[in-house]
Design a protein around this ligand. Sequence first.
Ligand SMILES: [Zn+2]
Length: 172
Amino acid sequence: MERQKVDISKFKKVELIKKLFREDVPEGVIVRPNPKDYNHYHSYGGLSPFFEGLTKGKLLGTECQNCRNTGLWLPPRVDCPDCWEKTEWRDVDTKDAKVYTYSVTNYPGAGFKATVPCPLISLEIPGVCTKFMSYLSEFGEGEPYIGMPVKPKFRIRKPTYTILDISWVPTS
Ligand SMILES: [Zn+2]
């Protein structure tokens, strides 16, 4: 059977094709769009209360009753990483939250969901045994800096049910 010849110049998206392949497509080579449109459904499992909380302006961590005094896990752990017991949900008090360290993204890779420049911050929150990672959605000249007091800001309207539903802003 003779190979069917396709004149790709007839494609409406020929410029896009050139861009994607970064060179002219040789004559006789077939290029066809293959559209895909599907939803991937997945469960948030035991972490559902955390993401539900963000949509209501609440930051929840977990605590192990067996290993008390270690502090809250944030992001939460459904099971204690130390003793494997089920943990319990607790409100995180963010009153004295501050920037522990940071880096600023100016040139993001593909799929980056925030605007740039975007300060990615690691937070120190009293009573929390982890350094919660997030981003600063409002900042001024010379910000962020290490030790900067911050407070959470929640995406309550049109939540994404992702970790991007929480960001941080300066307290003052
Ligand atoms: Zn434990």
